[in-house]
Design a protein around this ligand. Sequence first.
Ligand SMILES: [Zn+2]
Length: 705
Amino acid sequence: MRRRDFCELMAASAGSYIPATFGLRLLCGAPLNASSPETSTPWPAKANYQNNREPLLPTKYVKLRLGTVRPTGWLRDQLKVQANGLTSHLNTVWGVVEDSGWKGDAGRNVTPECCTPRFVPRWLEGLTALAGVLDDDRLKALADPYMQYILTVRDLATVTPSAIAWAHLGRSLPDYYDITGDARAIALARRILDYTDSVRNSSDMAVVDPGRLGMLLSFGWWYYNRSGDHDILALMERCTKRCVADWKNYFVHFPEDPKYFAHFPDVTAEKSPEEPPSQWTRHGVNVTQAIQYPVLHYLMSKDETDKDNVLQGLANLDKGYGQVGARWNADEWLASTDPIQGTELCDVEELLYSLEKSFEAIGEPSFGDRIEQLMFNAFPGTCTADMWAHQYDQQANQVLVSVAKRPWHLNDDTSNIYGFTPNFPCCLANMHSPWPRYIQSMWMATADSGLVAALYGPCRLQAMVGEGSTVDITEETDYPFSDRIRFTIHNEHPVSFPIYFRIPSWANRAELSVSGELGPRHPQRGTCFKLERVWKSGDVVTLCFNFKVRTETRRNNAVAVAWGPLYFVLRIGESFERITVLGGVPTPPGCVNWRIAPTTAWNYALAIDRNHPQCTLATSRISSMPFAQKGEPVKLPGADEFIPWQEDVPFVLKVKARQVPQWGMHGANAAAVPLSPVNADSPETLVELIPYGCSRLRISEFPTV
Ligand SMILES: [Zn+2]
C-alpha cells in the first residue's frame, strides 16, 4: 500500500464511528452469550504489591516489576535471538530511527505525515521491555539517547503533533520507570495526557485519531497510581468515554450487518472500494487495540457491560474473521475466514497487548489461552526464525511467498514477503515487544498475597508473598513443546501463600502433584486453580496438562490440527531466494527480503478421524533458534551472511494423507480448500506436520478424505 493512500484513508475516516446511541439496544436486554468473569476482588491495603488507587477498581492481578520474571531455557534463547536481530540494529539500518526528532534531530522523521511519528516510539517500547527482561546494558544504552531527550521535551508538538504517537511513547514509560526509577517518566506521562486533552477535538487525523484515544487508559492509570493526581480522572473521562462507547457498540452489533462478513475477493480492482464511514472500525489495528479499551475503562466506570461487550466482541470477531491460533484475518481491513486472507503483524502484536492488559485487569482465563496461541503460532510464524525479517501479512494457507497480487484489501503485492519493510514499515517498528511483554505477563500478584502462573514457559522469578516474605520459583519446562511443567520453590523460611495455576482449555484431566502429597489433584480446565499451603524450600509442584492431538473444523469443512496451544501445519520444502529491492526501495546492507517457493507438494487431504485423530508424535531437542526449520537461512550473531540452519524443529506429528491432484494454485495462492470429504485415489502416505511458528510455507486448513 502506498503511504499516501493510507493517509488519505485515515483522513477520510476521521470521526467515523458508530453512534453511541446503538448501545441502548444492549441496555434494553439484548442477551449476552459470553460468560462474565467474576467481579472485582478487593485488594488489601497492606498488600505486597500496590493496586489501583481509589476510586478505580482494583485489577484482578498486578503485574510484577519489569525484570522480576527472567526467561530461561528456550525462552531465553528466543529472547537472545531477538536481541541479536533487528531490535538491536534498527538504529543503524533504518534512517527513520537513525536520525530522529525523538532524540533531538530537529525536523527529522517526525512530520505529521501518516504513521511515521509512531515508528520510533513503537521500537522503543519493545527495546525497553527487552532490555529490562534480559537486564541487558547494551540494549539499555541503545534506548538511552532517545529517552534522555524525550524526557526533557516540554512542548510535545515540537517533536510531533501526533497524540497517538505520544500515546505509543506513553506505553513504554512504565517499563522505563521500572528499569531506571526516573521520576521524569511520571511527569512526561502527565504532559502526554494534557497534550492529548488539548487536541482531543481536533479534526486533523495527523494530530488525533478519536478511535484510538482509549490508548491513554493503559499508561493513564499507571500515572494516576504513581501520582495520586485526582485531576486526571476527569481528563481520562473526557478523552476516552466516547471512544470506549463507540467500540462497545461495535463489538456487540457489527455481526448484525451482513456487510461486515462480506468477502473482498476483488483482485482486479485498480482502486480500493469506497468505504462507508462506519467501516473504519474494520481496520485490523484499530480493532485489536480497542479490545483493551472497555476493559480498562471498566476500572473507572464500574460498568459491567464494559467488559461483557468485549467478551461478546471477541466471539463475534472469531466468528466473522477467525483463523487458527486466535488471530483474525485483516489485510488492513477485517476480511472473512478464508485461509488465504492475510493478518498484519501489527494486528497480532496489538491483540497480544490488549489481552495482556485485559488479563491483568479482570483475570479472564481464556485471555491467557489466546495470548499463548498468538505468541506460539502467529507471531513466530510471521517472522523469520532469526528475527531479521518479517511479513506484513501472513496466511494460514501460505504455499508461496512472493511479490504478487493477492485478494487483499489495500495491502500491496509485497505484503507476504519476509523482508525489511514489506508493504509498509509499521510492522518493522512493531515487531519488538511481543516476546518481552509475554515474559512480563507470565506471573502476577494476587489479592491474597500469592501469585498466579498466568502464562507458561521456562523462567524463574523472585517475588514477595505472604506477609512480605521473598520466594524464588523456578519453572522448568519445554512448554509449549511439552505439556509438563515443574515448579520448584525456594525460600528461607516456610511461608503460607497461594499459587494459582491457569489451566488451559485444551488440558485433558490435568494433573497437579505436590511433593510429599499422595496422588495428584485434577484442576478444572478453563480456570485458575488455587493451591494454598505452607511452602518449604525445595517443594516441587508438577503440572501435567495431558494434551491430546485435537482437530478444529474450519471454513469449507476443512480441518486444522492442534496440540495444546500449538497448531500444526504441513511441512513444505522451502526454497529461499533473496530479493534485493522491494517496492522500489533498496534493502539496507545486512538486511534481507526473502521470496520462498515450495519444493514439495502441499495439496494433501488428511486421512484422519476428526474426533479421534491418530498421529505419531516425535519431539526433539529445542535448538538455540527455537522456531527455525532445518535449512532455513539464518544470520547468527556477528555474522554478515545468512547460512542454512542445521537443526530441526522441536516437534513433529506424522499423519496419514492422500494427495488431491485437483487442488492447485489460484493465482499466487492455494485455491480454496476443496469441500470435505474429498475423493482422492492417490496412495495413502505419511506426511509431517510441524508447529505453525516454525513454518514460512504451510497448509493449516486441510481437506479430509
Ligand atoms: Zn503493521
